[in-house]
Design a protein around this ligand. Structure first.
Ligand code: BG6
Length: 306
């Protein structure tokens, strides 16, 4: 984890690798103001993101099963190389089930150079022999999870085709925001957009309302959104902002009452305390020619009011 120079000294003191109960490494990032994030090598999944006051911002189910290979119900599982179950692979692809490694020697990041104020970890996923049998494409998936000095969580992903033939993929950062009460939440930034509704066999509709509010199950992929989406939580008096690049679509998911009861790793009433809003690239798959690389960036921030 050590890197040379002043920034590296700070990063070295703020980046800690621990083991979870299954012996899988987790990286804990802590900035100098006391915000933190925890990312597991199981799935490259962010499991916790806390403010400098120790307030948890991501939802994790009280019934979550912490046992690989299944992903933990909460945090930010990564859906790759497929989103959903429309394809030859298992639901949401295999990346969230795999054990990633810490990337000791990542190639330089061209954009968003890291300043001294950021702490980060670099993770890497490469396909195993087993993965190549079900998805015969060699790739390097590099993920930088970073905590800024303000406590924002950024996830920069780079996927490189190291095949000799092109491949296509979809991807989503399935972000479970922790909220006070689903009935008190609204999402802005999706107004007038077209969406595919998973509750109606991915039929295409157009969003009519001013802002999205919730009174029943929602399972949609909003298409070609702007790069800034906001989740307002009135009761909690806090607003999440999602800034994204290279991720045109937005998944919005809340299972509501009936579906909650059908999920073994989710409490019957927990749908009230979570909302998934994902930066994603789903409708138009990303195609990489041999040697090409795709970059996507997601930045999550929170503001408290009152
Ligand atoms: C959402 C899908 O993104 O993820 C839903 O649109 C799905 O259909 C949900 O139920 C959770 O998926 P999983 O595989 O983590 O249970």
């Amino acid at each position: 984890m050590n890197r040379s120079g002043t920034a590296d000294l700070r990063a070295a003191t703020a980046v800690e690798v621990t083991k979870d109960r299954n012996g899988v490494d987790q990286v804990v990032l802590r900035n100098r103001r006391g915000s933190s994030a925890r990312v597991s090598l199981h799935g490259g999944q962010v499991l916790s993101w806390r403010t400098d006051q120790g307030e948890e911002l991501l939802f994790t189910s009280s019934k979550a099963i912490f046992k690989p290979p299944n992903p933990v119900r909460g945090g930010i599982p990564i859906c790759f190389p497929q989103f959903g179950n429309c394809g030859s692979l298992e639901q949401h692809g295999f990346a969230r089930k795999k054990i990633w490694v810490i990337d000791q020697n990542p190639p330089p990041f061209l954009q968003h150079n890291d300043s001294n104020d950021k702490v980060y970890t670099d993770l890497l996923l490469e396909p195993s022999e087993e993965d190549l049998k079900i998805w015969p494409h060699s790739f390097e998936f590099r993920l930088r999870v970073c905590l800024t000095v303000e406590g924002n969580l950024t996830m920069i992903s780079r996927i490189r085709n190291i095949n000799c033939k092109p491949f296509s993929f979809s991807i989503a950062f399935h972000t479970y925001f922790s909220i006070s009460d689903i009935s008190e939440v609204r999402v802005e930034g999706l107004e007038t957009l077209d969406y595919l509704d998973n509750l109606f066999q991915r039929e295409r509709f157009t969003e009519q309302g001013d802002a999205l509010t919730f009174e029943s199950e929602v399972d949609r992929v909003y298409l070609s959104s702007s790069d800034v989406i906001a989740v307002f939580d009135h009761e909690q008096k806090r607003t999440f902002t999602i800034r994204k690049e290279g991720l045109p679509d937005v998944v919005v998911w809340n299972p509501w009452e009936k579906k909650s009861k059908s999920m073994v790793d989710f409490g019957d009433e927990e749908y009230k305390q979570m909302l998934c809003v994902d930066g994603a690239a789903i409708e138009k798959q990303i195609t990489l020619k041999p040697g090409e690389e795709w970059t996507g960036r997601l930045e999550l921030s929170v503001v408290h009011s009152g």
